[in-house]
Ligand binder design. Structure first.
Ligand code: SF4
Ligand code: SF4
Ligand code: FES
Length: 486
């Protein structure tokens, strides 16, 4: 350990720590653009300047240096917010914004932009330059998913280093020199094929890299994040699901935005604050048309009638099999086992599979199993797992199918079917009893990922009318009189 002073307070740092790392550990803020805790240190933006005096150095003998690349030495004195430091940060911001368009009013990053924040904190003055701004490409299509505004780019190179050090596609670089410098993709199309490309949108400190799906869809201060788990594969990355705040819900036009996932961003995960592009696309999974309302053989009925019919089927069944969902939460699975487990022979089935064009598996995050809780389900129902080719045993006269992904054509012709599903799909109308269930974004629960770690998700939206939680439906199937509310 090394003793040193930060803003006149004696603190300790680990050997080899930089001023930036030690300051953060001691809760002292130093601004940064190019530095990122999970990337290499280029030291190019110069906003992290601090005043440094060596051990025994006389008053006033200090010099300005960048905190992100300055190793701590014994007895060093660091001032993070002195007059000299603030003056240098002001000059740095004047330089960084020389050619910046300052078009915050139409920029998706507004409200989350560190350039805005530091401008207010350390500059606050209009540009002192009398030269015309150098213009650059305003909308450069980096890929189908991401658009680049070169005028807003401050050339921190975080995006370039991300593709070199994290996603390993080596697909971005800096072209030209000086105020003609441009971020550009390599010509082999590797950036468009990089399954982790959207992370550059998060780490760009300004509004230069923008998600096309999110482009001009919402001001970020209308949105809030709800902690969740990506269900895209059994890595179970921790994510935030962003959606409209209650106080900003739309009341007349565009009310569909109120129950829509606006964007998905990573929370801290074991491999860093990264997710794959499939995890960003949860709106495509959860935005599908919903099944609302119970049915008997495709005929809409009240829930009570459907539950009554399910109980009758259960009472008359000699051999009942359940194809258990691997998108169900641990809590739903436990409820099923507790309430109906003795009545069914349970087999865990996959609900979703890789789609054409998806990266099926890689050596970073993406896993081949496209279901978030197969491990949790198998822990409760360890007997014969069911894949999509699973054949329900002969003699089965009742099958409860929970979730999508299993073709009814594989079920015994004479077996009765109770189907619990969330989506509007043709099979719904073929079931003897159909019950519409809530989805992950409408309830609280946990999934256990392939490594055995449980991740918690919270509800982002209310359930649509006519949709029910699976636990309540199981309770309604198990006993005669239970009130179930949507
Ligand atoms: S596009 Fe963003 S992340 Fe990339 S160099 Fe420019 S400012 Fe940095
Ligand atoms: S790696 Fe899997 S869990 Fe993580 S974001 Fe991608 S699809 Fe979701
Ligand atoms: S954060 Fe230190 S030079 Fe950019």
């Amino acid at each position: 350990m090394v003793d040193f002073y930060i803003n006149d307070q004696l603190v300790q740092a680990d050997d080899n720590q930089t001023v930036m790392q030690a300051a953060r550990e001691h809760g002292v803020f130093i601004p940064y653009f190019c530095w990122h805790p999970d990337l290499s240190v280029p030291g190019n933006c110069r906003i992290c300047m601090v005043e440094v005096t060596a051990e025994g150095g006389a008053e006033g003998s200090g010099w300005l240096d960048i905190a992100c690349n300055m190793p701590i030495t014994r007895g060093m004195r660091v001032l993070t917010d002195s007059e000299r430091v603030r003056a240098r940060r002001k000059e740095t911001l004047q330089f960084i914004t020389l050619n910046h368009p300052v078009d915050c009013g139409i920029c998706d990053k507004a409200g989350e932009c560190t350039l805005q924040d530091y401008h207010v904190a350390y500059n606050g003055s209009p540009s002192i330059s009398r030269d015309a701004k150098v213009h650059a490409t305003k909308h450069y299509a980096l890929s189908d998913r991401i658009v680049l505004d070169n005028e807003r780019c401050i050339l921190c190179t975080r995006c370039v280093r991300f593709t070199r050090e994290i996603s390993k596609s080596n697909s971005l670089g800096v072209q030209n020199r000086g105020d003609h410098s441009l971020i550009r993709p390599t010509e082999d199309g590797a950036f468009a094929a990089d399954p982790y490309s959207d992370n550059v949108v998060d780490i760009c400190p300004v509004g230069a890299l923008l998600s096309r799906d999110f482009l001009h869809q919402a001001r970020v201060w209308y949105l809030k994040p709800t902690p969740s788990v990506c269900p895209g594969c059994d890595r179970g990355c921790a994510v935030d699901i962003w959606h409209r705040k209650n106080e900003w819900k739309l009341k007349s036009v565009g009310t569909e935005h109120n129950a829509r996932i606006d964007r998905v961003t990573p929370r801290e995960n074991p491999a860093g604050p990264w997710v794959c592009n499939q995890g960003r696309d949860l709106a495509k999974i959860f935005g599908r048309a919903r099944a609302v309302g119970a049915m008997l053989k495709g005929r809409p009925v009240e829930l009570d009638a459907a539950l009554r019919a399910a109980r009758e089927l259960l009472k008359g069944a000699k051999r009942a099999v359940a194809l258990v969902s691997s998108w169900a939460s641990n809590e739903e699975l436990a409820a099923f086992q507790r309430l109906l487990g003795s009545r069914f022979d349970g087999h865990v089935k996959p609900d979703r599979f890789a789609e054409p064009g998806d990266v099926v598996e890689d050596d970073f995050l993406i896993r081949a199993d496209k279901n978030p809780n197969r491990a949790g389900a198998r822990a409760l129902f360890p007997d014969t797992p069911a894949d999509e080719h699973f054949v329900v045993p002969e003699g089965t006269d009742l099958v409860l199918v929970w979730g999508e992904g299993y073709s009814f054509a594989r079920l015994p012709a004479k077996a009765k079917i109770i189907y619990l599903n969330s989506w509007l799909q043709p099979e719904n109308g073929h079931a003897d009893v159909f019950l519409p269930i809530s989805v992950q974004t409408e309830r609280r629960g946990t999934y256990t990922n392939g490594a055995g770690t449980a991740g918690t998700f919270e509800p982002s939206f209310d359930k649509p009318a006519g949709v029910f939680d699976a636990e309540d439906l199981f309770a309604g199937m198990a006993v005669q009189a239970v009130a179930v509310t949507s």
